[in-house]
Design a protein around this ligand. Structure first.
Ligand SMILES: [Zn+2]
Length: 233
């Protein structure tokens, strides 16, 4: 279950212990403890898992966007076999690719902003991924879910509806390509949402460039019998 890059979970934070290469710009907020941390750039396992997830997601995503063309009867003659890609076509398709990647991140960022965060955008080259993040901003769990899932829940349906309307040809292909990329590109968002959902609604989530941290309320330090049978809580 631990996908936090082989980093030992900070189960018992000792205030003065120097932590090796731990990114600890933001410690747990008062009254909370870190319950989960994901750092993709130091977890090749998670990256491989997400790539496999993306490949798995590709099948339903393609089916979803081929459906409008198949239903409208132009899939075979106009697209797959006889589309001759001109330079303009290629530019439109590249534009759709870049455009949907940027729009996807802007949608994340707008929802972050709606929750009072100040998003920052960038590209994580080693993961070949664009990101929007709000450094240090703690989202409530359900806010985080909206931030994470907004591009999938808005752009994919919009592009899908547009794919029903667009004429056969390059424009349709651009929309379908954008829709497929937006859907497949949400694999990390789905994964992080699933991880967030594993924690109670009272959890706080920190969104980071290439991962996340989840904090859950820590029981207040109440003087008690010293020996209650305890496992890792
Ligand atoms: Zn995303």
């Amino acid at each position: 279950m631990s996908l936090n890059g082989g980093r030992p979970a900070p189960a018992s934070p000792s205030p003065t212990a120097p932590s090796a290469d731990v990114h600890s710009d933001f410690g747990a907020p008062a009254g909370y403890r870190e319950a989960y941390a994901l750092r993709l750039s130091s977890s090749s396992r998670a990256v491989v898992g997400l790539n496999l997830g993306a490949i798995a997601l590709l099948v339903p995503a393609i089916a979803l966007f081929v459906w409008p063309a198949a239903a409208r009867g132009f899939i075979a003659q106009d697209l797959v076999f006889t589309l001759t890609v001109t330079l303009v076509d290629a530019l439109i398709l590249i534009g759709a690719t870049v455009g949907v990647v940027l729009t996807h991140e802007v949608v994340h960022g707008l929802v972050m902003q709606a929750f009072g965060a100040r998003p920052r955008y960038g590209i994580k080259w080693e993961l070949l991924a664009a990101y929007a993040t709000a450094a240090g901003h703690l989202f409530r769990r359900d806010q985080f879910l909206l931030v994470a899932l907004a591009p999938l829940l808005t752009l994919t349906p919009l592009l899908w509806l547009a794919a029903w309307w667009a004429p056969a040809g390059t424009l349709w292909m651009a929309l379908a390509l954008a829709g497929i990329l937006n859907t497949v590109g949400a694999v990390g968002d789905l994964f992080m949402s699933w991880k967030a959902l594993a924690h109670p609604r009272t959890a706080l989530v920190l969104d980071e460039e290439d991962g996340m941290r989840v904090y859950v309320p820590a029981p207040a330090v109440v003087p008690q019998e010293p020996d209650t049978p305890s496992g890792p809580a």
